[in-house]
Design a protein around this ligand. Structure first.
Ligand code: JHZ
Ligand code: SAH
Length: 396
């Protein structure tokens, strides 16, 4: 395949086979129409960008039936409230003190969990999935349904802050996104972008982060190279504990050396960041991990159920061949998923309401990234938790 950024020939390091659309929970009558794609992962030797080989069309993924709602996690709601607080203190209040009315744009607003904190400010949220956008609108959030990268900004003021969380990685036309950021970010503005950090995916063997929505996987070195092509740079960054280990970049115009490259040389992720050929070994380790999960599950006596029905479960169950004969059902809180079946393997999704009453013993924790929140909720009950990754702790 050819790199989506710099058009260099990429190198494949992982093949997880035929996979369905990860968030496409289906009803029985939709089984026969399910769409599949081949889940291969590659890196570009030139700009170091890690990316999927192929993916289904955006329209078949982000539409009126999108099943992920940010607000289903209390932890994530709190996380975005805190981010809004930081933005107010660091960017909005100083601008207001200078008599300016600040402007904020969000890419991938979803149900408005973040942007609702700016409902009284000059704001705009980009959200092409109609059903989640409708929820955002009820929270006072102004929505544009165009994909951000195709939007033509006419009579819209430059943004002082642009926020994208778990969305930049989802948009195949990365060049289009960066061109539009360049156009609409004010000269002193900041683009705050957060998403799972690929260093954590590697060190946790979290291969369930690979699925069709995640077209790109972020490393600091690839971000530095890509941004420099668009006269943007990483002003600073921090590792954050969301979605199993993420990174938050603060990005600005220009090409200043802010010491990020020097940090990389000292970081224990240096090998992976600067020598992507080690990813071939990672690909082999993932396939070993798939075998280890299958062995662990087959050694369990008695029935197994799943906890949480994230997009990630699609990769695991399809790679491991786990259908309802192996994982009987999966409990989830999302009304859009309950009563449907998991993509590809068709494990029934049932309401979390019956979990405590059913009192299952063996529970596959598909939402290992929410482990703190789950263990708080489930403290006091004794269960055999099966966790697909080798480490859920804070790596940094
Ligand atoms: P969760 C999605 O990934 C998709 P997923 C997307 N591609 C992405 O990048 C991230 O989000 C941001 C349920 N749940 O967060 C709700 C419970 O049942 O791991 C959800 O269905 N009980 C945009 O899907 C799922 O689990 C609970 O206590 O991998 C969570 O999915 C909690 C906390 C959640 O994201
Ligand atoms: N920011 C939220 C939601 C992430 S889900 C969070 O971190 O929880 C990703 C969201 O991006 C989805 O709601 C999806 O519909 C939206 N999205 C997908 N493609 C997009 C595009 N081209 N422009 C803007 N939003 C997009």
């Amino acid at each position: 395949m050819i790199c989506r950024i710099c058009e260099t020939k990429c190198i494949q390091f992982l093949d997880l086979g035929k996979q369905p659309i990860a968030n496409n929970f289906v009803s029985k009558d939709q089984f026969k129409d399910e769409q599949f794609y081949r889940l291969t992962v590659h890196y570009c030797p030139e700009c170091l960008t890690i990316q999927l080989g192929e993916h289904p069309s955006m329209k078949s993924v982000f539409n009126e039936h999108y099943s992920f709602f940010t607000g289903t996690s209390d932890y994530m709601s709190e996380h975005f409230k805190n981010l809004a607080g930081t933005i107010n203190v660091e960017y909005f209040n100083p601008l207001k003190a200078n008599g300016k009315r600040p402007v904020i744009i969000e890419i991938g607003t979803n149900d408005g969990t973040f942007l609702t904190h700016f409902a009284e400010e000059l704001h705009l949220g980009f959200e092409p999935s109609g059903n989640v956008a409708d929820v955002a609108k009820t929270k006072g959030v102004k929505i544009c349904s165009n994909p951000f990268e195709t939007h033509e900004f006419v009579n819209w003021p430059e943004a002082d802050v642009i926020v994208s969380a778990n969305t930049f990685a989802h948009i195949p036309d990365r060049v289009g996104v960066l061109k539009n950021i360049k156009k609409i970010l004010s000269p002193n503005g900041t683009w705050i972008n957060e998403e799972p950090y690929f260093g954590h995916t590697v060190s946790n063997l979290a291969f369930d982060q690979f699925y069709n929505e995640h077209v790109f996987y972020t490393s600091i070195s690839s971000m530095m190279r890509t941004l420099s092509m668009f006269d943007l740079h990483i002003d600073s960054f921090e590792y954050i504990w969301t979605h199993g280990g993420s990174i938050r970049y603060f990005i600005k115009h220009g090409s200043e050396d802010t010491g990020v490259g020097a940090h990389l040389v000292r970081s224990h992720y240096n090998t992976f960041e600067t020598n992507p050929s080690m990813l071939m070994g990672f690909g082999d380790n993932v396939m070993e991990r798939v075998k280890a999960i299958k062995n662990e599950v087959s050694s369990i006596k008695g029935s197994i159920v799943g906890y949480g029905a994230p997009a990630k479960m699609s990769t695991i169950t399809n790679a491991c061949g786990f259908g309802p004969d192996i994982i009987k059902k999966v409990y989830d809180v999302t009304p859009e998923k309950i009563g449907k079946f998991s993509p590809g393997m068709h494990i029934p999704v049932v309401s979390y309401d019956s979990f405590k009453n059913d009192n299952p013993k063996n529970v596959f924790l598909f939402i290992w990234n929410h482990i703190d929140e789950v263990m708080k909720k489930e403290s006091g009950s004794k269960r055999n938790w099966i966790v697909p990754v080798i480490n859920v702790g804070r790596a940094l």
